[in-house]
Design a binder for this molecule. Sequence first.
Ligand code: HEM
Length: 285
Amino acid sequence: MSGHFESNGAGELLSRASAFARGTYPLVGRLSMPGSDPTRDDATGMVRSFALRMTLPHGEDWRLAMNSTPIFAVRTPEALFEQLQAGARDPRTGHADPAKMQAFLDGHPEARAFDRYVDGHPPSSGYDNATYYGISAFRVTDAHGVRRFVRWKVVPEHPYRSVDTQDQRDPDFLSYDLTTQLAIGPLRWHLTLDVAQTGDPLDDSTREWSRSPDRLRIDVGTVVIERAQTQIDGPCRDVVFDPTILPDGIAPSSDPLLAARSAAYSVSFRRRVQEEAAAARASAH
Ligand code: HEM
């Protein structure tokens, strides 16, 4: 998909990043369902994802990779590895061993917060009406050198509606509906920054920040998605949505997930491109 970001200038209060200077900046992005199996039925997906690359002046860019949950299941890459191992299917039975997942949860009670969130928040009916969260905290620096920590999200203009069986009429209903909506007109989300208050965790993506009514929250502009393009040869295919690629004025926090994601996304990207090239060679023969 592609479109643009309409920055309203309000973000300059928090960060000197060029993205927050009033103006319009090109976007390339991908809406997707997490997981490693592209043939999976969309009806099974409890989470939706939104990745964006914003092209900024002077060769800078900002990559955002967000999920439709405000928290992640685990705090560290090591815990994610344990969780993936616990949920892996036994090649002999074709099923994961529930005892292994139970043992993982017993050792990582923090992961239950994510399950509770997902149980209490049914997925949206489409990609267009979900809120997507950056989850990790990031450090922003303003023009005077003042540093603060923020978490961001993009909030849809289309009101949230939970998915129902009518929406789930086709295994690929999410991208089908997205393409249909974009043929009618652009989709919009508001990029909103929440500023950390004393006591908010800055390195723990399993915990939400308090719902304090006096938290500073700034709508910094509008993400406008205008065109759908195919994954196979569209502009998002060759982008690594590494969340540590940031413009000056925004930096990663000490959240251990961020560095791990940076490393994992490049390996995944390389393997994905190699597999696609091999498939293209095979179909040419
Ligand atoms: C240590 C934790 C994590 C690991 C190891 C991990 C790993 C991965 C990998 C390997 C990919 C595929 C990348 C590619 O092929 O280009 C991916 C995609 C993605 N991840 Fe994560 N992830 C982690 C945490 C998160 C979190 C916390 C979020 C949300 C804030 C997130 C959001 C996304 C999104 C949106 C994509 C899709 C990017 C695209 O469309 O290319 N991930 N992740």
